[in-house]
Structures are given as C-alpha cells and as structure tokens.
Design a protein around this ligand. Structure first.
Ligand SMILES: [Zn+2]
Length: 277
C-alpha cells in the first residue's frame, strides 16, 4: 500500500511536470505568435509608410512639375500718387536720362486718376490670371509709394517674368482720340534687341484680344525705344494704353464695372494667346 502510494505520488508529480511543461510551451508559443504577429503588423505598417512616402514624393514631384510649368506674369500699374525725384538712364548704358516716373493722366469726365484706375485694373486682372493658372506679381500694391520705371522693370527681371504687362491709359490734346494701343521696343533696340520678337508677339496678342473683348478702336502696335520701363526689362514686355481718359465717352465707359470686366477678359485672353503658339 505504501509502495503503491509512492508510485501514485510519482505519477501525480510526473503528470504535474508534464502539465507545467505544456503550459510553459503554450505560453512560449503564444509569445512567439504574438511577437510574430506584432512584427508582421509592424512590417505592414512600414510597407504602408513606404507606399505613402512614395505617394508623397509623387505628389511633390507633380507639384514641382506644375510650378516649373507655371508662367509668371508681372503686372505694372502705371504711375503713382507719389513721384520719385530725379532722373535715370532711359536704358542700360544710355547717355540720355528721363524723369524716373510721371504723374500720368486723369479722366476728363470722371476725375479718376490714371494711377488709381491702373491699380484697380491690376487688382481685377490678378485673380483672373491666377484662376487661369498663372503666378502674378504686381510692381506696386498702393499709390502712396514712389516707383521709378527702372525699379518696375527690375521687378519683372527679378521674378523672371514670362510676360511683363505695363498698364496705362492714354491722354491727348483734344477730346476726340479714342481706342487702345500697345507699345514695345523696336527691332533695332540699342538695349535688348534679343527680346524684340517676343515683345512684338505679346503686343499683338494682347491688343488683338483686348480690342475684340472690349470693342475698343484698334490704334495699333507702336514701336519706340524711349520708354525706360520697356528698355530695362529683359523679358517679353508690352505696355498697353487701354483707352483715352481725355475722351469723355471712353473715360466714362472705362469706369463702369461691365466694361472693366471686358478689359480684364481681353488682356487675360491675350496673355493666353501669347503662350499658346
Ligand atoms: Zn501712363
């Protein structure tokens, strides 16, 4: 009986050891399984992170492609309420000097100044051009600071403008003249002759589209080498005279929202045309 009990005790201990061993094994297995699961999850996460990294870099390169293709337009609202004092060379290396800026004209019927009109036109043109995908920079954003014509051209050069659009309104001795013109350098410019063909193309595109959108009389493209802002620009440049503020009818028409909307569309269409072909 005692021996039998001893035998029985050994059996119980043996079973206990076996149970404990299995339990330890199970726990050990479970730990491995879990850590394997964790490491698999981690690697899935890492893979996901890699994928998202790739997506991000694809997006970044798409964005930089877009910004690489994005054209920059510099708008120069003519004149200002404040005049810079003194004069400056009319072009790089020129012996002749001209006043750094002039006060501009004024509406005979409306009394609106050219500098206020051009700034408000530029502020309407900017969002329209941005909507069409262009980057837009203005040479001035208020009328309380002085800007020489050379400084205005420098803004276009510094921004590597794809087109530099100078906004002006015209004046004549008599009230009769009306209509629009664009002005660029001549083919024999002593300053930047290499830009001539692009300047001329820009002038043609902007004037044609402007007259077609507004119905303004087409006065034509004028070529001359005495405009400081045109001469210092190293980029395709045109100056548009949008109409005569000395013509009472044109002056009043140009101060209506409906006509200004056409002016904006016309100039923007001309810029689109310039880059199209
Ligand atoms: Zn002007």
């Amino acid at each position: 009986m005692r021996r039998h009990l001893m035998k029985h005790q050994n059996l119980i201990i043996g079973v206990l050891i076996a149970v404990i061993a299995v339990a330890i094994g199970a726990v050990a297995y479970d730990i491995h399984a879990r850590s394997a699961a964790v490491s698999s999850k981690t690697s899935q996460k890492t893979a996901a992170a890699e994928t998202s990294k790739t997506e991000t870099s694809q997006k970044t390169s798409a964005a930089s492609d877009q910004s690489a293709n994005q054209k920059t337009i510099v708008l120069d609202p003519g004149h200002s309420a404040v005049m810079p004092s003194g004069s400056e060379p009319v072009g790089p290396g020129a012996g002749e000097n001209k006043a750094k800026d002039m006060v501009g004209t004024k509406g005979v019927a409306t009394g609106v100044t050219e500098y206020d009109f051009m700034l408000s036109l530029a502020n309407k043109l900017k969002p329209e051009l941005e909507k069409r995908g262009y980057k837009v920079v203005l040479t001035r954003t208020d009328s309380q600071s002085a800007h020489s014509c050379t400084q205005r051209a420098q803004v276009a050069n510094d921004n590597h403008a794809d087109a530099f659009i100078r906004l002006h309104a015209n004046a004549a001795e008599s009230p009769a003249p009306n209509g629009a013109m664009t002005i660029n350098i001549t083919a024999h410019s002593p300053y930047t002759p290499s830009t001539y063909s692009q300047c001329r193309k820009l002038s043609d595109c902007v004037l044609n589209a402007y007259c077609s959108a507004t119905g303004a009389k087409r006065e034509g493209v004028v070529e001359r080498d005495d405009l400081t802002g045109n001469n210092w620009a190293k980029v395709p440049t045109t100056l548009i005279e949008v109409g005569y503020m000395t013509n009472p009818d044109e002056d009043k028409r140009m101060q209506t929202d409906a006509y200004q909307a056409k002016m904006v569309q016309g100039i923007a269409n001309g810029i689109d045309q310039f880059f199209k072909n």
